[in-house]
Design a protein. Structure first.
Length: 349
């Protein structure tokens, strides 16, 4: 049972944002002109005080010349390796010498994996993997989410091309692994319940917790339901409306609070934050952390995939990323300023 009774708690007083500005220093580290030349997703997984892994979904591999992407191939996922302030990118090459996804579904399983949240625990790396299939519709949204898997890497300290990964389909209903948070004894696993709607579906936060050594033991997961941990995921309480499919839950250094960071409705120019005193919530009403300028006057573009990376920030500071994409492929190929993680530095009073 989770030692919490949420009915006795209230959301904390909201912090004030002192400033929110582009973090050009970090953005520059995630730009290249050859090889890895753009990706979305951008989940980060701290491994040690100096090392972190970055998990990307659809990725361009090729070159950039005169502001345009040239001779690019798209692969479904890649991995970045951060050592201190230095960042490199791992792209797997197939036996035929072509770029290929780093993580692929088990043999005989159709579709592909994107990379969502990950956690390094007890010497293993656990990756939450939405399995995706094409709808044949084309455009930026010609895909469907089929199910959710967990990949467990036994040797995460080795280069990603040498990872030994086992896979298991997550048996719990709904979507799990949009965000994770590790504390001293547990991994908190966050997902969402989705209710269709127009113009946006309403996604509400779901919360689970599992001991560090049992992330891959689905019977050990306990789901937050009315302040208690229960074995059945269908009973999980719903919190925090209008979420995205990607978000983060982080402890903010210096604030002694947790922040749920996401793009409003999943697509839009506002990056929102909700705050809590516990990883279990309850979560405050949202405040605007940053308004992305990229969409202003450009109906062909959209911003998405906002999340926080607290291992990069200082006291009372949070580093965020978001991505900018286009509804059609042409602008992304012809404008190499699009389709990268953009970094933002948010400071709180």
């Amino acid at each position: 049972m989770l030692p919490l009774v949420l009915a006795m708690l209230a959301p904390p007083e909201l912090p004030r944002v002192a400033s929110a500005e582009p973090a050009a220093d970090w953005t520059a580290r995630f730009r290249a002109t050859d090889g890895w030349v753009g990706a979305d997703g951008a989940y980060s997984v701290p491994v040690s005080e100096k090392k972190a892994l970055w998990l990307f979904s659809d990725t361009f591999v090729g070159s950039i010349r005169e502001g345009k992407r040239k001779n690019v191939a798209m692969v479904n996922n890649t991995v970045g390796i951060q050592n201190g302030h230095e960042v490199s990118f791992a792209v797997r090459m197939s036996a035929a010498g072509k770029p290929a996804a780093m993580i692929v579904p088990p043999k005989g399983t159709p579709g592909w994996f994107w990379l969502q949240a990950g956690v390094h625990a007890e010497g293993k790396l656990h990756l939450f993997l939405p399995r995706i299939e094409s709808t044949g519709g084309g455009g930026a949204f010609g895909f469907k989410h089929v199910d959710q898997w967990l990949g467990t890497v036994a040797n995460p300290d080795d280069p990603p091309s040498e990872w030994k990964t086992t896979f298991a389909k997550i048996p719990h209903p709904r979507m799990w692994g949009a965000a994770v948070l590790k504390d001293a004894e547990h991994v908190w696993i966050y997902g969402y319940d989705e209710t269709p709607g127009k113009p946006f579906a309403n996604r509400r936060l779901l919360t689970a917790r599992v001991p560090l050594a049992k992330v891959a033991d689905f019977t050990a997961w306990r789901f937050l339901a009315n302040g208690e941990g229960v074995a059945g995921s269908n009973a999980a309480s719903k919190q925090a409306a209008n979420l995205a499919t990607e978000f983060s839950v982080s402890h903010v250094p210096g604030l002694n609070r947790y922040v749920l960071t996401y793009t409003e409705h999943g697509l839009g120019d506002r990056i929102l934050g909700r705050f809590a005193d516990s990883p279990a919530g309850p979560w405050s009403d949202p405040i605007t952390l940053y308004k992305c300028p990229d969409m202003k006057g450009k109906k062909s573009l959209f911003c998405y995939a906002a999340k926080a990376h607290p291992h990069l920030g200082r006291d009372r500071e949070l580093i965020l990323t978001y991505c900018v994409n286009a509804f059609d492929l042409g602008p992304v190929i012809n404008d190499a300023t699009l389709y990268w993680p953009n970094f933002v530095r948010v400071k709180f009073e």
